[in-house]
Design a protein around this ligand. Structure first.
Ligand SMILES: [Mg+2]
Length: 392
């Protein structure tokens, strides 16, 4: 601990020189329930209302920053629910960093790790709020703390996940016509596989192969089902298949990767750095989906990207239907990565009836444009936040 204590003494000096006191004075949380524009289905859950925990960090100089923990349909995509996230932040995580300097990013994450095992979404929400607050305090973009910007826009995928092929075709054509998206992720696994293939073929044919399609099975298939249906995915020109089997089925996934000429993207199978190493060494996938909810924070997500790259994996920016707040936190990291071969899917703000930010994140020319400004470069719509905050 001696080296950490010595380092911590530097931060008050840094912030004083910048005319800011970055001591963390409070972290408040609220649960927010945001209606979506349509039902969003996965193999293991579905949502009509997307729920978040919004963390609001305040520093001694009055600077405020926001972070977000996103879930999908309660503790179903991962083990954390918004109710558990809020309770664990309020009782364990926030007290671990109150009084610390927000600029001591790594040390604050060590404190959070010591205060709560796993709880990745909760920890990422706090770290995000601290990056945003520190950026406002020093009048710097959060990307300045992450190595600086490599790209200011990222090609962005849209997900088709209602399960109704006619509706999904209309939705995709509208996105193409508006020049918002030309790559689509079709969620599979909530119909019988043969029915999913009929639905997928209708979508692919309707788009006349003018759009790139990828599919996400969300762990919904067995190895035998995958062996049966991967050839159809290949024949339809699907560009990649995401998480076909359950996490832990490393050998079976590696057999699929060796057997078929279809790239496999690792999502739920790799949360931790050791998960990434395990999948990569087994050759159980060739692309990694990066998410704050998996890595547990911005710095950890950047490290996960580096580990994946070291094993030759390509990178993709995954999402969990984040609002503009969580999207901006992801974009801060994604914009600073040396490589991001597959773009991202941060369409979350567009699937909400009302986003929590004031439109700084733009979708045009098939790209999401990274917001510019102090912190995450966004401003929170306080009216929307109040209106959708869960009462009681
Ligand atoms: Mg996925």
């Amino acid at each position: 601990m001696r080296d950490q204590q010595a380092t911590a003494a530097i931060y008050p000096i840094v912030s004083e020189r910048a005319g800011a006191d970055c001591t963390i004075t409070s972290i408040k949380t609220r649960i927010v329930d945001c209606p979506t524009t349509r039902r969003h289905r996965l193999s293991n859950t579905e949502v009509n209302v997307q729920s978040y925990v919004i963390a609001e960090a305040m520093l001694a100089d009055g600077s405020i920053g926001f972070g977000e923990a996103s879930t999908l349909g309660g503790p179903r995509w991962a083990e954390e629910s918004v109710e558990a996230i809020k309770a664990n932040i309020d009782h364990y995580l926030a007290p671990a960093v109150i009084g610390q300097n927000a600029l001591a990013f790594e040390q604050n994450m060590l404190r959070l790790s010591a205060a709560a095992n796993r709880n990745h979404a909760a920890r990422a929400a706090i770290e995000s709020a601290l990056f945003d607050a520190a950026g406002h305090a020093l009048d710097l973009p959060a990307t300045a703390f992450l190595g600086g910007v490599v790209r200011d826009r990222i090609e962005v995928i849209w997900a088709l996940a209602s399960g109704d092929a006619d509706q999904e075709i209309d939705e995709a054509k509208a996105k193409l016509a508006a020049c918002e998206h030309r790559r689509f992720k079709i969620k599979l696994g909530f119909h019988q596989p043969a029915d999913d293939m009929i639905r997928l073929r209708r979508i692919v044919d309707a788009l006349s192969r003018s759009a790139e399609c990828i599919v996400d099975v969300n762990q919904g298939w067995s190895e035998a089902t995958a062996i049966r249906f991967f050839p159809q995915l290949t024949e339809m020109g699907v560009a990649l298949v995401e998480q076909p089997l359950r996490p832990g089925m490393v050998e079976a996934t590696a057999r699929l990767a060796a057997r078929f000429p279809l790239p496999i993207m690792i999502d739920e199978a790799a949360f931790s750095d050791t998960d990434i190493v395990c999948s990569a060494r087994a050759a159980a996938g060739s692309i990694l989906s990066l998410k704050l909810v998996k890595s547990g924070g911005l710095l950890a997500m950047k490290r996960a990207a580096a580990i994946a790259q070291a094993f030759g994996l390509e990178l993709y920016g995954g999402c969990l239907l984040e609002s503009g707040i969580g999207t901006a936190a992801h974009l801060a990291v994604l914009s600073s990565l040396p490589r991001l071969e597959w773009g991202c899917e941060h369409f979350g703000p567009k699937i909400l009836e009302r986003d929590l930010t004031r439109g700084e994140i733009q979708f045009r020319d098939f790209h999401i444009h990274c917001p510019v400004g102090p912190g995450f470069g966004i401003s929170v719509d306080q009216d929307a936040l109040q209106a959708m905050t869960r009462k009681g």
